[in-house]
Design a protein around this ligand. Structure first.
Ligand SMILES: Cc1cc2nc3c(=O)[nH]c(=O)nc-3n(C[C@H](O)[C@H](O)[C@H](O)COP(=O)(O)OP(=O)(O)OC[C@H]3O[C@@H](n4cnc5c(N)ncnc54)[C@H](O)[C@@H]3O)c2cc1C
Length: 298
């Protein structure tokens, strides 16, 4: 579709507290939309998909641009932290390099200066690059609504394209990631039509750590983007990896299972068949990379 010039008119309100933002959402219902970086919201408004009467800017709420790390409790990232800030934050690079890779894979440098991690997750695109990372890192979404704050695990957050577990009047204020297990390793692999600046044809996150409770002695987590209506964990592949010795044969069979978890569609970026084949290839590649990291750290 050709871009139309300009945006439809709307009222702009800057909320100064989460309660104020939730109140505005309650007051205006579906005719209000939340704004952070605007890289998704304004594109959809420009293209005529939505026409909110009120746009509520929440990127200056207290703490919503903060990143806080504690060795014991893990990381809290404010929902309005930009992709470049996520990718360059020392604690993210040191303790959650997989998330830094995912954030750094989004679009261009200029776009990453505006695009926020919360906007990426709340937009609930199946292709959202930070979603697989947050899924395998066992993230929790911190939401604020008319009844106060609550947390939703990442694997219960995405319900469909553009649909999340957020209820009417709720907004996301932060994302929480537990402290990474000792000896963990991770990788985000993204295939796009070009190296930078495009949505994923396929995104695969692999995260693993030593775990003496599994027969394999390791716990592996896999998550996929852009190959189903929602970003998802490949649970059967994970169970298989936990039950078998971590070797080439196991990785190849687990990659087959990850491929089976995908339910992609044909679109302008790729065919469904190509996407499925790439899930298998990237999962296998990711497992090999992560396994090499685990062995180096052992
Ligand atoms: C050219 C281009 C390239 C792109 N490339 C990529 C890419 O490679 N990978 C990728 O993943 N994405 C990509 N995107 C999509 C987009 O940039 C990201 O999803 C971005 O992170 C969205 O963040 P934002 O702050 O701009 O969100 P916004 O546009 O401000 O908001 C996104 C959605 O979330 C809602 N929202 C905003 N704040 C909140 C809140 N606090 N609580 C609840 N809901 C909220 C908004 O109402 C809106 O529906 C691209 C976009 C463009 C225009």
């Amino acid at each position: 579709m050709l871009a139309k010039p300009g945006l439809p008119s709307f009222d702009y309100v800057q909320a100064s507290t989460p309660d104020e933002a939730a109140g505005l959402l309650k007051e205006h219902g579906p005719s209000a939309r939340l704004l952070m970086g605007g890289t998704d919201l304004f594109a959809r408004m420009r293209d005529g998909f939505i026409q909110p009467q009120v746009v509520v800017d929440v990127k200056r709420l207290p703490g919503i641009q903060d990143v806080v790390y504690h060795e014991r409790t893990g990381l809290t990232i404010g929902a309005a932290v930009t992709m470049n800030q996520v990718a360059r934050h020392a604690a993210v690079q040191t303790h959650y390099p997989l998330l830094a890779e995912a954030a750094n894979s989004v679009a261009s440098y200029q776009l990453r200066n505006r695009a926020t991690i919360g906007g990426n997750l709340c937009n609930a695109s199946p292709a959202a690059d930070t979603a697989p990372a947050v899924l395998v890192l066992a993230g929790r979404m911190v939401l604020h609504g008319p009844n106060g704050a609550r947390e939703v695990p990442a694997n219960e957050f995405f319900l469909g394209p553009g649909k999340t577990a957020m209820q009417a009047g709720e907004l996301m204020t932060a994302i929480r990631l537990p402290a990474p297990p000792p000896g963990s390793a991770g990788k985000y692999l993204k295939l796009g039509r070009n190296v930078k600046g495009d949505l994923a044809i396929v995104g695969v996150a692999v995260f693993a750590f030593p775990d003496q409770t599994t027969p394999a002695g390791y716990c592996f987590r896999l998550a996929l983007a852009s190959v189903a209506p929602v970003p998802l964990r490949a649970l059967e592949a994970e169970e298989f990896l936990a039950a078998h010795p971590p070797d080439e044969k196991t990785f190849a069979l687990a990659a087959d299972k990850a491929m089976a978890a995908a339910a992609p569609i044909d679109d302008v970026r790729a065919s469904a068949a190509y996407r499925q084949a790439m899930v298998r290839a990237l999962t296998l590649r990711g497992l090999r990379i992560v396994w090499a990291q685990l062995r180096r750290q052992a």
